[in-house]
Design a protein around this ligand. Sequence first.
Ligand SMILES: [Zn+2]
Ligand SMILES: [Zn+2]
Length: 194
Amino acid sequence: MAGSGAAEVVGRNPGGSEVAGAERAASAAPFTARLTRLLGSLAAMRTGSVDLEELHQAVAARLHDADQLYTRGRRELIELLVSLGRPATIPDLLAAQPRLTQSSLYRNLASLDELGVVTKVTSSDDRSRYELTEDLIGHHHHMICLRCGRVDDFVVSTRTERQIDSVLAHAVDGSGFRPTGHRLDVVGLCAQCV
Ligand SMILES: [Zn+2]
Ligand SMILES: [Zn+2]
């Protein structure tokens, strides 16, 4: 149903200029500076639409509403999830930032999950993968590798989204169910496993 070439794999790394903007902010932590250097080499890549500053503001507002502090550890975790650019396991997160402890990761992921900031992603294995929720990073789909469990994000055009919604609405027509959206995964083998 998707037109050829409509799907586009999107790295959710913020653009170099956005990170530079974050670094200029008075609150820039050393971690942000390191992230900036890390992402600098990726600046030429096609990047997603995540603006790090806007993202931090949205998360901070949500935590504030829940009487929760946006601690440095939580900020770092959010930035780490953005920089990894795909749903991440706890070992993925620890490998990317060994300074984090497993216990603090578990604690922060659990509380951010409860607050609707991160969500668990289902893959083909039983490992938990986490990503930022769609209301923060936008609607997207997943490619799930049936062999290694890797999950990558992709987006399709607005026109294709409308076509998907239309096909699915037609499919459930007459059931009494009123669709308000969809979740759609593509399963198969990733480029490393083919
Ligand atoms: Zn794979
Ligand atoms: Zn969709």
